[in-house]
Design a protein around this ligand. Structure first.
Ligand SMILES: [Zn+2]
Length: 236
C-alpha cells in the first residue's frame, strides 16, 4: 500500500514537472516571437525613415548653424546659436552680396529697381522685433521668426521691394520686380524662400519679398517649380 502511494506521488511529481517545462517553454517561445516581431517592425521603421530622409545628414557645425549637404538651413526646427552672426560665414555672406549686386545691375538694365529692405538681423534685433509683434498680433508665428530661428541672422536672406526705404508688403507680388525675380533670380543663386501654398512645409505664409541666397547649384534645381528648400533637402 505504502509502495503504491509512493509511486503515485512520483507520478504526480513527474506530471507537474512536465507541465512546468511545457509552460516554461511556451512562455519562452512567446517572448522570443514578440521580440522578433518587435525587432522586425523597428527595423522597417528605420528603413522607411531612411527612405524619407534619403538625403542627408543634418549637422550643426562649429559656427552654430545647421548644415544639410553643405547648405545652411534655418527654419522653425533648426535654429542658430544666439551669438551667431553673418561673420561666422563671412565668405558666403560676401558671395551673396556679390550675387545680389549682379542681379540688381541686370534688373536695372530691364528697368527694374531692386532694393534691400532688410538683410542681416542679429539675434537681439530679431528678439526686439518678435517681442514687438507679439504684443500686436496673435498669429505672429506665421510671419515672424523667434530669435535664433530667423534666416536673416545668417545674412543670406534678403527682403526686397521695388521702392527704397519702405517696409515689406504683400502687394509686392503684383509688381514687375516680383515677376522679374520669379523669372530671373535663380540665375544669381537666389530662391523665393516662402512660396504660396507651402506654409505647412516652410512654417511661413507666402512672402513674395523674401529671397534667400543658396548658390546656383540649388537655385537652378529649384527654378522650375515652387519647391521649397525643405523639400529639396528632404528635411520636412
Ligand atoms: Zn525676410
Amino acid at each position: 500500500m505504502e509502495k503504491i502511494k509512493n509511486i503515485r506521488k512520483i507520478e504526480l511529481s513527474v506530471k507537474l514537472l512536465i507541465i512546468s517545462i511545457v509552460l516554461l517553454f511556451s512562455v519562452f517561445a512567446a517572448t522570443s516571437y514578440i521580440n522578433i516581431k518587435y525587432r522586425k517592425s523597428s527595423i522597417s521603421t528605420q528603413t522607411s525613415q531612411k527612405i524619407n530622409k534619403k538625403s542627408e545628414t543634418i549637422i550643426k557645425n562649429i559656427n552654430g548653424a545647421y548644415n544639410v549637404s553643405g547648405t545652411i538651413i534655418v527654419n522653425k526646427k533648426y535654429g542658430l546659436d544666439e551669438n551667431y552672426t553673418y561673420k561666422n560665414n563671412q565668405k558666403l555672406f560676401n558671395e551673396a552680396t556679390k550675387a545680389f549686386n549682379n542681379m540688381k545691375k541686370d534688373a536695372e538694365k530691364d528697368g527694374m529697381s531692386l532694393n534691400i529692405i532688410s538683410r542681416y538681423r542679429s539675434y537681439d534685433v530679431q528678439n526686439w522685433i518678435y517681442e514687438k509683434y507679439k504684443q500686436q498680433y496673435s498669429n505672429i508665428d506665421t510671419f515672424s521668426a523667434k530669435p535664433g530661428y530667423s534666416e536673416h541672422q545668417t545674412g543670406l536672406a534678403f527682403d526686397l521691394s521695388e521702392k527704397p526705404k519702405t517696409s515689406v508688403r504683400d502687394a509686392f507680388e503684383f509688381t514687375e520686380e516680383y515677376k522679374w525675380l520669379r523669372k530671373n533670380a535663380y540665375k544669381y543663386g537666389f530662391i523665393l524662400r516662402y512660396p504660396k501654398g507651402k506654409s505647412n512645409i516652410t512654417g511661413y505664409k507666402f512672402e513674395p519679398w523674401h529671397y534667400r541666397y543658396v548658390g546656383e547649384n540649388i537655385s537652378y534645381s529649384l527654378k522650375d517649380g515652387d519647391i521649397t528648400l525643405e523639400e529639396y533637402l528632404n528635411i520636412y
